[in-house]
Design a protein around this ligand. Structure first.
Ligand code: SF4
Ligand code: MG
Length: 317
């Protein structure tokens, strides 16, 4: 198999006390091929960050498996775990909160090199300088502190830190959401270049479909802890099948006024229900414009309804 990552029936529940359980991730399955970018999209609270954090072992799994290069991540120990900790890295939404304000940029980038004892002294220094140049900064920046940099530059530092120990797989949790629109494209382009040069695989998490459009090969859409649709990027934009994906796409402005004028905008009623007490059957049914009586009884499974196009909706079964 050329899958670097396989997520199988993953569940992550949080005990909220007094018998209530928050089902943040509930039976999610998908796989990512080596060298591809998988975009994971959904509104805040849908479980996309929790999915990412469970994949990289920041959280244990309640049920299900995460296989990285065929090995169960949550059963790893010893040398396998050390190797996993090197091969998978994470980039965060707010690079400022994730960069230690009292450390120099050079030491922030060098921390992983030190932890994994990859190199020291002059060699380590040269490596930090070269990483800074790789992400569009320069060697003089190594002695400065995070607060001296703009949001876009800080995200570049976060990327350099992730690259320092030569990972194979990077989870980017909303890496551009906090940045100005003009800076977002620069960071996405940098990530694409790095991917080509280094053969990286990305799980790219975002809260709207516009942000993942230019980087994702395939996209998964999440709603209330479940994956509702998975397809190649172009296919998903051209032919969204799930009513939730259709609504998300209809909210993205299209630069062509002719299309904009005739396009139907789908407004979803109500709020996202609580993941502590989700609706029976299809979790989207309380907001779905196409809901049918059986949607309250049957939990739709993610099924391949067209080649490489999976959807979890009773309209297609
Ligand atoms: Fe809507 Fe029913 Fe499909 Fe759920 S299963 S998305 S409620 S039509
Ligand atoms: Mg999040």
């Amino acid at each position: 198999t050329d899958n670097i990552l396989e997520v199988k029936n993953l569940k992550k529940y949080f005990d909220m006390g007094r018998g209530s359980v928050l089902k943040a991730v509930d039976n999610v399955s998908f796989s990512i091929k080596r060298g591809e970018t998988f975009g994971l999209v959904g509104e805040s609270g849908c479980g996309k960050s929790t999915t990412g954090r469970t994949i990289i072992r920041l959280y244990g799994a309640t049920e299900g498996q995460v296989l990285f290069n065929g090995q169960d991540v949550h059963k790893m120990g010893g040398r396998d775990l050390r190797s996993f900790n090197r091969k998978m890295q994470m980039i965060f939404q707010d690079p400022y909160a994730s960069l230690n304000p009292r450390m120099t940029v050079g030491d922030i980038i060098g921390e992983g090199i030190d932890i994994h004892k990859l190199m020291a002294g002059r060699q380590r220094q040269e490596r930090i300088y070269s990483l800074l140049e790789t992400v569009g900064l320069n060697s003089e920046h190594a002695s400065r502190f995070p607060h001296e940099f703009s949001g876009g530059q800080r995200q570049r530092i976060g990327i350099a830190r992730a690259l320092a120990i030569e990972p194979e797989f990077i989870i980017a949790d909303e890496p551009i959401s906090a940045l100005d629109v003009s800076i977002q494209a620069q960071v996405v382009n940098l990530m694409k270049e790095l991917q080509e040069e280094r053969g990286l695989t990305y799980l790219f998490i975002a809260h709207d479909l516009a942000m993942v459009k230019h980087i994702s090969d395939r996209i998964g859409v999440m709603y209330l802890g479940s994956l509702v649709e998975v397809a190649e990027g172009n296919e998903l934009y051209r032919k969204p099948l799930h009513p939730y994906t259709q609504a998300l796409l209809s909210a993205i402005p299209i630069p062509d006024p002719e299309i904009e004028r005739t396009r139907e905008r789908i407004i979803l009623e109500g709020d996202v229900p609580s993941p502590i007490n989700p609706p029976s059957g299809c979790r989207f049914r309380t907001r779905c414009p196409k809901a049918m009586p059986e949607c309250a009884q049957i939990v739709p499974e993610l099924k391949e309804v067209e080649p490489n196009h999976h959807v979890a909706c009773l309209l297609y079964s």
